[in-house]
Design a protein around this ligand. Structure first.
Ligand code: FAD
Length: 454
C-alpha cells in the first residue's frame, strides 16, 4: 500500500537538468521501513543517477536541548556509516532549512521528503514541495512514521480512542507491507563527514537539559531496545502500569526521532499474539490506537497546542466553574526543577525526567495532574507542563506530547464526578499510587539515579 502513503506534486517527468535524486531526510531517521528512502533508491536506479540524502541540523530548533541533539547526532553518526556502505551521498548540513535547501533542490532530478506533523514542519515541507514544482521537479512526500498514514485513517478530528479504534483496525493490515531496501546501482562516496563534537559546539541551546546516559540514539540502539523488550519484558506488560517495574517498552524516544518504524514494532509484536495475547494486545493498543489518536489530534484539531482550543467544551466549562477554588499549595517552576515539593512521588518523577529524559506513563499522569493542582491557574499549569515535557523528555515535542498534555485537561477523556480545582476533569492522588503500586520502590529507584554526565 505504498501508494497510499504518498502525497505528491502533480509532476511526473524527472527534471533532465538534475544530477541526482534528492531525499531530504528529517523525520524518518533510519533505514528500515523508510518508504521515502525506498522510493528514492528505486528512482535513482531507474534514472541511473546517484542518490543524495540531505539532513539539515537546525542549531536553534524550537524547544530542542542538548540531550535531544546528542541523541539525534548519535543516530546521524550511525547513518553516515550506513549510507557510505550503501553508496549514497549523505550530506549533513547545519543551518536553517531556507539557507540549506535551495542549492540542493536546484541540483535534483526528483525530490523525496518524509513525514511532518507539527505546523512548522508541515508548512516548511509544503513550501519546499511548492519550490520543487516551480523548478519543474517531481516531489513525493512519503509517510513512514505511523502504521496507517494519518490522512488515511480518518478525514476529521476523532473524538476518542473509541471512535478511531475501529477505523485503525479495519485498515491496519493493508499497511503492514515490509519493504527490502534495494541496492543502489550508481554508488558514490559521501562528500561530507561531520563531527558530533563540532556540531554540538555550534548549537544555540537556550534551556539546560543535559545529555543523559540512559538512552543512546540510533537505529542499532533502537533495535536493541526493541529486542530486549520482546525477549524479556513483553510478557509482563499487563503489570506495566506499576512505575516500580520497567515492563513497558521504553521505545518512545526512538519512535519520536523516527529511529524505529512503528510498522516494524507492530510486525514484531504480532509474533507474540498467540504466546502472550493479553500483553501483546495491550501493547498494540498503545502503539497503534493511543499513539495514532495523538497524530490525528495534531493533524486535524486546530489549536491543538493552544490552551484555549486544545480540549472539549465541557472541560472549559468546568475549569471556569472552578477557577476561583482555593489552591492550598502553589509551586514555581524552580521548585519543580529542584524536585523540592512536599510530595516524594512527584519529586521522584521529576528526577526520572531530568536525569533520564523519560518518565513512566503512570507518573506522567500523576505529575501533570499535580502541576494543575499546584498552579495559580489552568493556563500557567498548561504552560509549565508543556515546557518541562518538551525540554526534558527525549520523546517530547511529539504529537503524543500535545495530545497527552491536553488529556490532563480532559481531551480524549470523559467527565468524572466533580471536585475542587479539577471540576469534572479526572483527578489523581498519592493514595491511589500507594494502593495500587510499589510506589516506595519507585522513589528509591529514582533517588539512586546517577546525575546526568554533562
Ligand atoms: C502528561 C503526559 C505527558 C506525556 N508526554 C509524552 C511525550 O512527550 N511523548 C510521548 O511519546 N509520550 C508521552 N506520553 C504518553 C506515554 O506516557 C508515553 O508514550 C509512554 O510512557 C512511553 O513509554 P513506553 O515507550 O515504555 O510505552 P509503551 O507502554 O511501551 O507503549 C508503546 C508505545 O505506544 C505509545 N504510547 C504509549 N502510551 C501512550 C499514550 N498514553 N498515548 C499515546 N501513545 C502512547 C508510545 O509511542 C510508546 O512508545 C505522555 C503521557 C502523559 C500522561
Amino acid at each position: 500500500m505504498l501508494n497510499k502513503r504518498v502525497q505528491s506534486n502533480k509532476l511526473t517527468d524527472p527534471n533532465t537538468q538534475g544530477r541526482c535524486v534528492l531525499y531530504w531526510m528529517q523525520h524518518t531517521q533510519r533505514i528500515d521501513q523508510n518508504y521515502a528512502l525506498y522510493h528514492a533508491i528505486k528512482k535513482a536506479n531507474t534514472l541511473a543517477l546517484p542518490l543524495k540524502v540531505l539532513f539539515v541540523i537546525v542549531p536553534d530548533y524550537k524547544d530542542a536541548t542538548t540531550r535531544h541533539y546528542q541523541f539525534m547526532l548519535e543516530g546521524l553518526k550511525e547513518l553516515q556509516a550506513t549510507f557510505k556502505h550503501m553508496g549514497a551521498d549523505f550530506c549533513v548540513e547545519t543551518g536553517s532549512f531556507d539557507e540549506v535547501l535551495a542549492s540542493y533542490l536546484k541540483a535534483a532530478s526528483v525530490f523525496y521528503l518524509d513525514d511532518a506533523y507539527m505546523p512548522f514542519m508541515r508548512q516548511t515541507k509544503k513550501h519546499w514541495i511548492h519550490e520543487a514544482t516551480s523548478l519543474k521537479i517531481p516531489a513525493h512526500q512519503l509517510f513512514s512514521d505511523t502504521v496507517v498514514p494519518v490522512f488515511q485513517v480518518s478525514q476529521k478530528t476523532e473524538y476518542s480512542a473509541r471512535t478511531i479504534r475501529p477505523k485503525l483496525l479495519k485498515q491496519v493490515d493493508d499497511y503492514l507491507d515490509e519493504v527490502e531496501m534495494p541496492k543502489l546501482k550508481k554508488r558514490v562516496n559521501s562528500s561530507n563527514a561531520f563531527s558530533l563534537e563540532e556540531v554540538m559546539n555550534t548549537l544555540d541551546v537556550k534551556v539546560l537539559s543535559p545529555v543523559t546516559e540512559y538512552f543512546k540514539g540510533g537505529e542499532t540502539a533502537a533495535f536493541d531496545a526493541l529486542n530486549q523488550f520482546f525477549d524479556t519484558r513483553l510478557k509482563h506488560y499487563p503489570k506495566g502500569n506499576d512505575p516500580s517495574t520497567a515492563y513497558t517498552s521504553q521505545l518512545s524516544p526512538y519512535l519520536h526521532f523516527g529511529m524505529l518504524s512503528p510498522v516494524r514494532v507492530y510486525l514484531e509484536a504480532q509474533h507474540y499474539l498467540d504466546q502472550y495475547p493479553e500483553a501483546t494486545e495491550g501493547f498494540l493498543e498503545q502503539l497503534l490506537v493511543r499513539r495514532e489518536l495523538a497524530f490525528n489530534f495534531v493533524w486535524y484539531h486546530d489549536g491543538f497546542d493552544q490552551f484555549n482550543q486544545m480540549t472539549y467544551g465541557w472541560a472549559y466549562d468546568t475549569m471556569d466553574a472552578h477557577r476561583e477554588d482555593a489552591r492550598a499549595t502553589i509551586y514555581t517552576l524552580d521548585d519543580y526543577l529542584k524536585a523540592s515539593t512536599h510530595d516524594a512521588y512527584f519529586n521522584a518523577a521529576m528526577k526520572e525526567m531530568m536525569f533520564t529524559g523519560y518518565m513512566h506513563n503512570t507518573m506522567r499522569m500523576y505529575w501533570g495532574k499535580k502541576i494543575i493542582e499546584w498552579s495559580k491557574n489552568y493556563e500557567s499549569a498548561y504552560e509549565t507542563i508543556l515546557y518541562l515535557n518538551n525540554h526534558f523528555f527525549l520523546d517530547g515535542r511529539d504529537p503524543v506530547s500535545y495530545a497527552s498534555v491536553a488529556w490532563l485537561f480532559g481531551q480524549h477523556d470523559r467527565a468524572w464526578a466533580s471536585r475542587e480545582i479539577f471540576g469534572k476533569m479526572r483527578y489523581m492522588n498519592a493514595n491511589g499510587l500507594k494502593r495500587k503500586y510499589a510506589i516506595e520502590d519507585y522513589v528509591k529507584q529514582m533517588n539512586a539515579l546517577k546525575k546526568p554526565l554533562k
